[in-house]
Design a protein around this ligand. Sequence first.
Ligand SMILES: *Cc1c(COP(=O)(O)O)cnc(C)c1O
Length: 456
Amino acid sequence: MLDSLKKMFSGNEADIPVNTGSKPDISRVKSAELYEKSKTYFPGGVNSPVRAFKSVYGTPLFIEKGDGCYIWDADGNQFIDFCGSWGPLILGHNNPKIREKVTEVMQNGMSFGAPTALENELAELIIKNNRFVEKIRFTSSGTEAVMSAIRLARGFTSRDKILKFEGCYHGHSDSLLVKAGSGLVTFGETSSAGVPKSFAEETIVVPLNDKTAIEQAFAQFKDQIAAVIIEGIPANNGLIIQDEEYIHFLRKICTDNGSLLIFDEVITGFRVGFEGAAAHYGITPDIVTYGKIIGGGLPVGMYGARAEIMAHISPDGGVYQAGTLSGNPVAMAAGIATLTELNKSSFYKDLNTKAQEFVASIQRFATARNYKFKVFTIGSIFWFAFTDKDKIQSADDIDASSMEKFKIMHRELLNRGIYLGPSGYEVGFVSSAHTKIELEKAKRAIFEALDLVFKK
Ligand SMILES: *Cc1c(COP(=O)(O)O)cnc(C)c1O
């Protein structure tokens, strides 16, 4: 199998014959039955909205198991998975080292609501290998971590307003479910029912990659902005890579104005490198948040900062934040097992090289065919964009109508055993469990799907 694949792809992507045939849809009988039932239990049949397949064809696949880079659904269909539980599974599914550590720790009970040595162990792994945090606090999700980081910034600066960017996602806490109104610098408009207008008025929303907007915001709200929050590398609304120079500009304007810079690294932390996007840009944020990978598939979030800032957190300081299951021993065990692997030399080099070869080949294929298609990528993150723009640096650069093409691609890929997150705005992830064999298979499926998307 591998040899024949090699023959097909080791040469020039331009020589691959055009695929003209759709495949029949995979069987989804069992998933459809489960979905009918789940709709009677949960709004939209799901416990997190994007899982509902609203932006792609069909209804959600119910997943039964995962192993390495593969998942299997309730109908027994097998997929090479590039969603990775939305990012946490950098070591793939059901990694034996994580599983063994978790089952070992579970033998001693699952929660105490009292400190355990495991919390120290995970904290030590992070703090000793990270220049950006001196003290940390574990939470149970990324949302909680970011929500708490915002409260900390407000408590530390005694200011109320925060500034966020259109096209960045920071979880679902009230202050951050806001989107830009009309105008360059605006108070946010709530992007969810149920968020009080008065909350949204404390959040200023500006476009990414726009220095004037930031300067104007700091002039207009002088001495009122507690923090600027940005995703280390915006990766929740496409992959909107910012220029390094722009990130340094943000650092400087925050410092000049006594505002804190919060790097939300829930998706980029331990993904683009052990020290995340901050190290990638050579930036020292004031507060950093992590999630996803840090728990190795179990629910963990974290925020951290230099000791002087963290001293404001209760019980040392006046900013209250707590959690019944925070630092849960089983979740800590998964984090320890995961980060121990990531901390090994050449882990990121190997993963990123493999991922970059994969996406470069896909881009060469699309370019050779003159398809209006770009793969934006960094490290082991990639985003398929149906565009001919060379750069996408703000949410406005994304053409919503191009998502129709993603829909077709998504269906063709499912029918070829490739699982991407069910939305064209979501990025994909390569894990260390994807071998070259599976990446070759995935490439072949992607080439075929692209031919069908762009079929004349
Ligand atoms: C996923 C994500 C969050 C929210 O984390 P949850 O664990 O889903 O609550 C926040 N910020 C960023 C950048 C994320 O990618």
